[in-house]
Write a protein that binds this ligand. Structure first.
Ligand SMILES: [Zn+2]
Length: 115
């Protein structure tokens, strides 16, 4: 799935379905990502050096990658993303809904450039 840290994503399922927020971290090995304000849980912590107060700490937990759709910067909709070759030999990510480019994935390479 073509998602990067900092992308806007739309949560498609679960308690936070419909929420649009930024991706904070991605764990490709686990197929999970952390989205700002999504899947918040309270972690109960004891008083410690770092946390002299103790109490409840609100934090985001990673969610399954398949439960989000990247929000297209062109059409503003949650859409699937794919990658295509551009004439100059670079690769760009594009929206499968509107076909608009959402940024370069790989710099131009002469070997790939169209003649
Ligand atoms: Zn689009």
């Amino acid at each position: 799935m073509w998602v990067k840290v900092g992308d806007m994503v739309e949560v498609t399922t679960g308690d936070d379905a419909g929420v649009k927020a930024k991706v904070k971290a991605i764990n490709h090995a686990a197929g999970k990502l952390t989205v700002e304000g999504v899947n918040r849980v309270y972690k109960h912590v004891r008083k410690s050096q770092r946390n002299p107060q103790g109490g409840r700490l609100s934090m985001e937990m990673p969610i399954q990658m398949s439960n989000v759709a990247v929000v297209c910067s062109r059409c503003g909709k949650g859409a699937r993303m794919a990658v295509r070759l551009v004439k100059d030999g670079s690769k760009e990510r594009y929206c499968k809904k509107c076909g608009g480019s959402t940024g370069e994935v790989s710099p131009p390479k002469a070997a790939r450039a169209a003649k």
